[in-house]
Write a protein that binds this ligand. Structure first.
Ligand SMILES: NC(=O)c1ccc[n+]([C@@H]2O[C@H](COP(=O)([O-])OP(=O)(O)OC[C@H]3O[C@@H](n4cnc5c(N)ncnc54)[C@H](O)[C@@H]3O)[C@@H](O)[C@H]2O)c1
Length: 386
């Protein structure tokens, strides 16, 4: 019986959350992947590649080369499959959608670890400083889902500005009172829209917003856009953060999570936002202070907050962002972390992960843009100024 059919049988028995191991002799290296549980959806939809069921589509390929491939979603606590197998894994594959948090303490235990691959974009769940110190490379599939996220941002901006969610909820309740939703619905045309972080996603967001005829497109980033790129979309850089947020009707956050962005959007900064501004954050939840954002929405200091990223994932049932509302009962566009894991994105990051592994096995150079941490040093300029 092939491993795949054995694995399918195991899944049907409901033990998908435990590690799956290869049969036969362990000739190659140990590769550990922490992915999200796809359940019935993943069994019905093989293109859900980023799940423990479909395993990035690389099991047969890895096993044919004699490698051991452990796949799990069990990531919390010292007895979790993740924390047990990290001790002797050589390669760790993780995904931002169900992050296996590789802390400094775990890195100290991971004696054999040489490469971390993020299947997607955003490697803040890895202690990058500790990886630098231990000569562990951190690679991601740069660009693999930037269009997917940029489209989600545009959708989030529109649904907040046009007050879409309460209007749809009204319809589901069987009601019809146009004024109740129209009283907080606006046009995007003529608004000032700014991105905090103007890298691959931030730039694509601005590019997609230009046809809506905003009053102005702004950006705040310590890495300025090349002049021709900024001119192409008519974006103006603002160098001071308070000055930036005070000019925007809509702020979209598109910077990685690092020491310089953690908790950046807090009660103090929120005072400098235009009253009634909208915030869209698909970057990382912890860039915003959870309680401060919920309070600002409740008071009406901001009119809406939308995104798909949370300070803890999966978000607990009582997380304030699940239920927070503005004074008119709307302004919440939160969803689970999925903007960058469309089926199109999954195909790209699964393929990119395979390419990174192939390069590693063959000793070939990695694509420079994919290297967050090289051997002993940061290669990216996106994770803070140093
Ligand atoms: N929700 C999702 O599914 C999803 C998917 C992909 C990426 N993301 C998040 O989006 C982030 C950005 O992705 P990207 O591909 O655009 O990355 P990128 O590296 O191309 O761009 C990031 C930009 O942020 C800027 N930046 C960093 N710190 C900053 C700060 N303190 N203030 C202002 N700007 C700052 C950098 O200079 C850079 O220009 C990722 O790191 C990840 O956290 C989320």
């Amino acid at each position: 019986m092939s491993f795949l059919s054995a694995s399918t049988t195991a899944l049907k028995r409901g033990i998908a959350s435990t590690a799956t191991r290869t049969h036969g002799p362990n000739r190659g290296m140990k590769i550990l992947a922490v992915l999200y549980k796809g359940g019935e959806a993943a069994q019905q939809e093989p293109r859900l590649l980023g799940t423990i069921e479909n395993q990035l589509g690389i099991r047969e390929w890895l096993e044919s080369q004699g490698h051991e491939y452990i796949v799990t979603d069990d990531k919390e606590g010292p007895n979790s499959v993740f924390q047990q197998h990290i001790k002797d894994a050589e390669v760790l594959i993780t995904t931002p959608f169900h992050p296996g948090y590789l802390t400094r303490e775990l890195i100290a235990k991971a004696k054999n670890l040489k490469v971390c691959v993020t299947a997607g974009v955003g490697s803040d769940h890895i202690d990058l400083d500790a990886a630098v110190e231990r000569d562990i490379q951190v690679l991601e599939v740069t660009g693999s889902n930037v269009v997917s996220v940029a489209e989600h941002v545009v959708m989030n901006i529109l649904l907040l500005v046009r007050n879409f969610v309460p209007a749809h909820e009204m319809i589901e309740r069987g009601e019809w009172q146009v004024s109740d939703v129209a009283r907080n619905a606006f046009d995007l045309e003529g608004k000032v829209i700014g991105t905090l972080g103007a890298g691959r996603i931030g730039y694509r967001v601005l590019e997609r917003l230009r046809p809506f005829n905003p009053k102005e497109l702004l950006y705040y980033d310590y890495n300025p856009l090349p002049g021709d790129a900024a001119a192409k979309i008519g974006a103006r850089r603002v160098e001071d953060l308070k000055d930036f947020v005070s000019q925007c009707d809509i702020v979209t956050i598109n910077a990685p999570l690092h020491d310089g962005t953690k908790g950046l959007i807090n009660a103090e900064l929120l005072k400098h936002f235009k009253k009634g501004a909208w915030i869209v954050n698909t970057a990382r939840g912890a860039i915003c202070n959870t309680e401060d954002v919920a309070a600002a929405l409740k008071s009406g200091q901001i009119n809406g907050y939308a995104g798909d990223v949370w300070n803890v994932q999966p978000a607990p049932k009582d997380h304030p962002w699940r239920y927070m509302k503005n004074p008119l009962g709307g302004g919440n566009g939160m969803v689970p972390h999925y903007s960058g894991t469309t089926l199109d994105a999954q195909a790209r990051y699964a393929q990119g992960t395979k390419q990174i592994l192939e390069n590693y096995f063959k000793g070939k150079a990695q694509e420079p843009a994919n290297i967050i941490v090289g051997v002993g040093k940061y290669e990216t300029k996106s994770y803070g100024q140093r």
